[in-house]
Design a protein around this ligand. Structure first.
Ligand code: KIV
Ligand code: ZN
Length: 518
């Protein structure tokens, strides 16, 4: 396969993915994901939108300083202020990119920008030229390209390339295009833009009509050589094109597409897991490639076929994407060494000794309550220990009194520093009562936007994993916790979320710019 057949994978999980409602990540979480994206083999990491907040600026700068391998990119509107800030943020990277954009569709020009077509072209050129003073690697996007007149886009793109853009991105910002139309659009642009050979054409598709992956693949067939995508397809509204789906389409059907990527497919499952737990965005069970049912066979006729010959009903193996399935991995008699070895195999190779020790203690407790321990249990245990760094309060005790004839009551004791604080509350149910007790102790009056409970594995002794989303003063956080006792899991998840909110209080105030739009 020639070099021209390699597709550049541009991951925007940390930027567009973070724009999913409730998906905000802190700087430490972003860095952890960025390291995993590098391990996965993405070519470009869009690490954030530096002008949008101090936190985003710092996250992009930190990733640019610490993450080796991929190009580190920051987003900037086509304004001087944005570009200068973005240039500063990506400066430490060995390979830094500025991605600047302006809307080009008629509706955006008239209603949002209130600019003429000529003004937009001038803005685009100036923005690219300014970005070039910071780095040679400049990407330009025509926002809402999917609804932009093609001939006008030819003019904008030609000007952007003349000004020095090395990548031209064509986003279907509102997920409006059909695969045929989008493919034709890319082919048209490449044939009409006179200097098209001086830039790589890229696509960035949203999933409003469920077409993001199909549109991206169609664009690749028409000459796009960069795809912008996110892990698990997270992103604005219905999300972005899913990285794992694009990559596995290219890999499984290379007979048809004849393209390759640098992605190490065996890292896909681990990356999906990490993004899901960090953002709290669950992966739907039947999601292609990474959903829990993606490799499960229910119908007897399928099971029979797979047992006789796997390929009768499977076009790829779970192991190809790094999923080992639900097998018993460790048990009561497993020692710390076996435990740590398994964690490293699961990708937890940067845990401190203290984190491993705490996770091991929890593992041993779990072995007393649950016969078989699966990888999913280990993920749940470790994820909780890792997220505990920002802890102000820890749970010391929780007790419940509840039943059909009883007013549900919860008593909660929390540890803060060396002190123990205790309170009790009644509620609509035991969970509500415990949440109220935590609220009274911590004085954090947050609105509960989401509460969900699911079993981590099968079986009556399964760990119950609770996810909560809390909102306080415009800031939304998600947190999870797991326990064989779902009431305890609920209180722990709530407390983890409260601790996250407290960590945000302690963060320096931020200038907040809308995540997109001008
Ligand atoms: O969807 C979009 O248009 C974007 C651009 C900023 C590339 O995210
Ligand atoms: Zn987007």
């Amino acid at each position: 396969m020639s070099k021209d057949n390699r597709i550049i994978v541009f991951d925007t999980t940390l930027r567009d993915g973070e724009q999913s409602p409730g998906c905000t990540m802190n700087i430490k979480e972003k860095l952890e994901i960025a390291h995993q994206l590098a391990r996965l083999g993405v070519d470009v990491i869009e690490a954030g939108f530096p002008i949008s907040s101090q936190g985003d600026f710092e996250a992009v700068k930190l990733i640019a300083t610490e993450v080796q391998g991929p190009t580190i990119c920051g987003l900037a509107r086509a304004t001087e202020k944005d570009i200068v800030r973005c240039g500063e943020a990506v400066a430490p990277a060995k390979k830094g990119r500025i991605h600047t954009f302006i809307a080009t569709s008629q509706i955006h020009l008239e209603k949002k920008l209130r600019m003429s077509k000529e003004q937009v072209i001038e803005n685009a050129s100036k923005a690219v030229a300014l970005a070039k003073t910071f780095t040679q690697d400049v990407e330009f996007s025509c926002e809402d390209a999917g609804r932009t007149d093609w001939d006008y886009m030819v003019e904008v793109i030609t000007a952007a390339i003349d000004a020095g853009a090395t990548t031209i991105n064509v986003p279907d910002t509102v997920g409006y295009c059909t695969p045929w139309q989008f493919g034709d659009c890319i082919a048209y642009l490449r044939s009409k833009v006179r200097n098209a050979d001086k830039a790589i054409f890229s696509v960035h598709c949203h999933n409003d009509l469920g077409m993001a992956v199909a549109n991206s693949l169609s664009a690749i067939r028409s000459g796009a050589r960069q795809v912008e995508c996110t892990i698990n397809g997270i992103g604005e509204r219905a999300g972005n094109a899913s990285l794992e789906e694009i990559v596995m389409n290219l890999q499984v059907r290379k007979d048809f597409y004849e393209f390759t990527t640098n992605i190490k497919a065996s890292e896909i499952y681990r990356t999906s897991r990490l993004v899901s737990k960090t953002t709290g965005m669950k992966v739907q069970r039947n999601k292609a490639i990474v959903g829990a049912n993606a490799f499960a066979h229910e119908a007897g006729i399928h099971q029979d076929g797979v047992l006789k010959e796997r390929t009768t009903y499977e076009i790829m193996c779970a192991e190809d994407v790094g999923w080992s399935g639900e097998q018993m991995v460790l048990g009561k008699h497993s020692g710390r060494h076996a435990f740590k070895t398994r964690l490293v195999q699961l990708g937890y190779d940067t845990l401190t000794d203290d984190q491993v020790n705490k996770a091991f203690t929890r593992f041993k407790d779990l072995c007393d309550k649950k016969k078989d321990i699966f990888d999913e249990d280990l993920y749940a245990i470790v994820e909780e220990e890792v997220q505990k760094d920002d802890e102000t309060y820890t749970l010391d005790y929780v007790g419940f009194s509840t039943g059909t004839e009883t007013v549900p009551t919860a008593t909660v004791k929390l540890r803060i520093g060396g002190d123990i604080v205790m309170d009790a509350s009644v509620g609509d149910g035991p969970v509500d009562a415990a949440f109220k007790a935590v609220q009274r102790i911590t004085n954090i009056e947050a609105a509960l936007h989401e509460y969900s409970l699911e079993a981590v594995t099968g079986g009556r002794d399964a760990l119950g994993q609770v996810t909560v989303v809390l909102e306080e003063g415009g800031r939304t956080v998600r947190a999870r916790a797991a326990s064989t006792d779902v009431l305890v899991a609920s209180v722990k998840a709530y407390l983890n979320a409260v601790n996250k909110l407290i960590a945000l209080h302690n963060a320096p105030p931020q200038e907040v710019v809308p995540k997109r739009g001008m």
